[in-house]
Write a protein that binds this ligand. Structure first.
Ligand SMILES: Nc1ncnc2c1ncn2[C@@H]1O[C@H](COP(=O)(O)OP(=O)(O)O)[C@@H](O)[C@H]1O
Ligand SMILES: [Mg+2]
Length: 355
C-alpha cells in the first residue's frame, strides 16, 4: 500500500514565498508510484488549510483563493494525522505516514513545528527539534561548531539592550575585530536584518535594524570571501556530502533580493577549487552535521577567505530551498542523485529515524 506523505508549505516566516516555490517543486518530485500526497498550506497569518489545487497556484501564490477545508495537525498520536474541519461541521481524521515540512525560517525550520511533529508521533523529513533550533540560531551554531573544532568567522555577540549603546559597541568592535563588520540578527534567515557596516557612522542604524529582527545580535569581521556550499544527506550514523558549489555574486552582499528575486548570482557546480579543498569542505560539512545533531538533510555554507584561503563554516540550513535556483537539489543532481531519488531518500530517512 502506498504511504501518505503530507507536504506542508507557506508559513508565517519572512520566507513564505520561498517556501511556496520550494513546495511546488518538492510536490512535483515526489514519486507518485510510491506515495499518496496530501498538501497543507499555512497562510501568512498561520491558518492551516487542506489544499487540493494545482502546483501553479502554489508557485504564483494564488493558492489561498482556492476552495479549502480548515485543518490542523493533531498533537495526539492516536490520530496520527490531520483533523479536518468539514463544511457540515464534522471533524474527520486524515491519517498521515510521513510529513515533509517544506517550510523555511521561523516557525518552520527552527524546531517549533518539529516539536509538534514529535508530539503527533508522525515521522517527518529533516532534523529534529534540537538541531533545527540550534542551526536556526547563528550564535548557538557557532558555539557548537567552535566546541567541535570547526573554524568560524571571528566576532562577538550582544543582546538587544547592549545594542542601544552604539558607543560601547563601537569600542568593542575597534578593540576586537575592527571595521568593516557584518551585523546580523542571530535568528532571522535570508539575509533579513543583515548590514555590512564600514565605519562607526553606519553602526547605530545597523544595530537598530538587527534588533528589530531578533533579541540577540552577532557582530562579525566582514571578510573578503568566496561563498561555497555543500549539501549533506543522511542519518545520525552515516551522512554523505555532495560536491561543493559556489555562489558567485555580482553585488556586495548576498541579500534576499539577490538570493531569490534577481538573477545577479551565478551558481557554479562543482566549484572551481582544488580537490583537496573540496574534500576538506565535504569533511567539515559531515562533521558539522553530526556536531549539530542533524538528521536527513542540511545545506552547509562556507566562506573561503580570498586573502588567506582559509575555510570557515558560516551557517547550516536545516531546510534548504528547493526552488528552481536552489543549491541543495542542484548539488545532489550534479553528484548523481536525481530530484526524484533525492525526495524518496529523504522520505525513507524520515521513517528510518522514527523506527
Ligand atoms: N562575516 C561576513 N563577511 C562577509 N560577508 C558576510 C559575512 N557574514 C555574512 N555575509 C554575507 O551576508 C550573507 C548572508 O549572511 P548569512 O550569515 O549567510 O545569513 P542568512 O541566514 O541570512 O543567509 C552571506 O551569504 C554573505 O554574502
Ligand atoms: Mg546564508
Amino acid at each position: 500500500m502506498k504511504k501518505t506523505v503530507c507536504v506542508i508549505f507557506g508559513g508565517r516566516s519572512s520566507e513564505h514565498e520561498v517556501s511556496c516555490s520550494s513546495a511546488a517543486n518538492v510536490l512535483s518530485y515526489i514519486d507518485k508510484e510510491l506515495y499518496e500526497v496530501i498538501t497543507v498550506g499555512i497562510t501568512k497569518e498561520g491558518n492551516w488549510r487542506l489544499y487540493n489545487g494545482g502546483l501553479d497556484e502554489i508557485r504564483n501564490r494564488t493558492w489561498e483563493s482556492a476552495e479549502f477545508k480548515k485543518c490542523i495537525l493533531s498533537p495526539d498520536p492516536r490520530h496520527h494525522g490531520l483533523l479536518v474541519f468539514n463544511k457540515n461541521g464534522d471533524v474527520s481524521v486524515t491519517h498521515i505516514d510521513i510529513i515533509f515540512p517544506v517550510l523555511h525560517g521561523k516557525n518552520g525550520e527552527d524546531g517549533t513545528i518539529e516539536g509538534l511533529f514529535e508530539l503527533a508521533g508522525v515521522p517527518y523529513v529533516g532534523c529534529g527539534v534540537l538541531a533545527s533550533s540550534a542551526c536556526m540560531d547563528k550564535i548557538t551554531t557557532k558555539i557548537i561548531l567552535k566546541n567541535a573544532g570547526i573554524p568560524v568567522c571571528d566576532g562577538f555577540d550582544i543582546c538587544a539592550h547592549e545594542a542601544e549603546d552604539a558607543c560601547a559597541v563601537n569600542k568593542k568592535i575597534t578593540d576586537t575585530v575592527g571595521y568593516p563588520v557584518v551585523i546580523k540578527p542571530s535568528n532571522a534567515g535570508s539575509s533579513v536584518g543583515i548590514t555590512l557596516v564600514k565605519s562607526e557612522s553606519e553602526l547605530a542604524p545597523a544595530l537598530k535594524l538587527a534588533v528589530e529582527n531578533d533579541r540577540r545580535i552577532l557582530i562579525e569581521r566582514a571578510m573578503n570571501i568566496r561563498e561555497l556550499e555543500c549539501a549533506v544527506m543522511g542519518s545520525y550514523e552515516k551522512a554523505e556530502a555532495s560536491c561543493v558549489g559556489e555562489i558567485v555574486k555580482k553585488t556586495e552582499m548576498y541579500d534576499y533580493e539577490t538570493k531569490y528575486i534577481t538573477d545577479s548570482t551565478e551558481l557554479v557546480m562543482p566549484a572551481d577549487i582544488s580537490d583537496g579543498i573540496s574534500d576538506k569542505i565535504r569533511q567539515m560539512a559531515i562533521k558539522a552535521f553530526s556536531a549539530l545533531d542533524c538528521f536527513g538533510l542540511s545545506r552547509i555554507d562556507f566562506f573561503m577567505d580570498k586573502d588567506t584561503g582559509e575555510i570557515l563554516l558560516n551557517e547550516i540550513n536545516t531546510l534548504p530551498g528547493f526552488t528552481n535556483i536552489s543549491m541543495y537539489p542542484k548539488l545532489w543532481e550534479k553528484s548523481g542523485v536525481s530530484n526524484k531519488e533525492l525526495i524518496t531518500k529523504l522520505l525513507e530517512l524520515a521513517e528510518k529515524r522514527y523506527n
